[in-house]
Design a binder for this molecule. Structure first.
Ligand SMILES: Nc1ncnc2c1ncn2[C@@H]1O[C@H](COP(=O)(O)OP(=O)(O)OP(=O)(O)O)[C@@H](O)[C@H]1O
Ligand SMILES: [Mg+2]
Length: 254
């Protein structure tokens, strides 16, 4: 049986939720084109996408396999440099930054949740969740404290020292969410975070992800095949063949 959903607004006394610095600027993508290969065999993974992610909003990206969702996410997050077009975050053009500076910015300002299998199997949950913070230069003690606090927020108190193999799929994804949020990112990027879970567990994890992200003021960009995701997000964008084909704003958009 699954445990009850944790309260995501715990008292500050127990688990202070870090506030997000500098969250007034949106993430802006303009005319993104990403082409793989050349000539007649070239794949136009993105064929001109313009998109703005407002501070604190939750944006779902949906579309068939191969429509360019992951490519878009990677461009927005500065993981890949688009063939043309630009992404600006906090006023900085990501492509204009050096690789080193862009990597540093990714570590300090962005959090990532992947489908599955991205936790290090030999590390306990708390160390997995603390790792990006330590890579960004936070002391081990401080990183561990923040990671443990987030594990507590997400209903994993008492499981801090379990390794990923000792957790259920849903619990492991909560560790991944704690890892993404521990560094107080401005934007959390999630690529099919529930893709490896059964529907009920996936819905629960998505609910945890959106609530936890919202509680920090971070924006969320989530790629999903699950139509139910729209219930959890303030906006949904659909893609096909590298283009945005539709946009839906939730009635109760926050
Ligand atoms: N590194 C690459 N080299 C060549 N082609 C690529 C590369 N990455 C992606 N593509 C191609 O770009 C297109 C978009 O891929 P992308 O991974 O963004 O799709 P997706 O919408 O995330 O699909 P899925 O739902 O299957 O994850 C596809 O045709 C894919 O084959
Ligand atoms: Mg993909």
């Amino acid at each position: 049986m699954r445990s009850a959903r944790p309260s995501l607004r715990p008292t500050k006394k127990h688990f202070p939720i870090p506030s997000v610095a500098g969250m007034n600027a949106p993430l802006v993508a303009t005319d993104l084109v990403q082409t793989y290969g050349e000539g007649p065999t070239a794949t136009h993974a993105l064929a001109g996408v313009s998109l703005t992610v407002a501070p604190g909003e939750s944006l779902a990206i949906m579309g068939p396999s191969g429509s360019g969702k992951t490519t878009l996410l990677h461009c927005l997050a500065g993981v890949i440099r688009p063939t043309s077009g630009s992404v600006t975050w906090q006023g900085s053009d990501l492509a204009a930054l050096s690789d080193r500076r862009r990597t540093a910015l990714r570590r300090s300002d962005f959090g990532f949740v992947f489908q599955s299998g991205q936790l290090l199997p030999e590390l306990p949950a708390v160390e997995n969740a603390a790792l990006p913070l330590m890579l960004a230069g936070t002391s081990r003690a401080e990183a561990t404290r923040a990671a443990a606090a987030w594990l507590g927020h997400l209903g994993l108190a008492g499981m801090e020292n379990r390794r990923p193999g000792e957790l259920s799929g849903g619990q492991a994804q909560r560790v991944a969410i704690a890892r993404a949020l521990a560094g107080a990112p401005g934007v959390v990027f999630a690529d099919e975070p529930t893709g490896a879970l059964d529907q009920a567990t996936g819905a629960e994890v998505l609910s945890v992800l959106t609530s936890a992200t919202r509680s920090t003021g971070a924006a969320l960009v989530v790629v999903t095949h699950d139509a139910g995701v729209a219930r959890h997000c303030s906006r949904t964008v659909t893609m096909r063949d590298g283009r945005v084909t539709g946009e839906y704003v939730a009635e109760a958009a926050r």
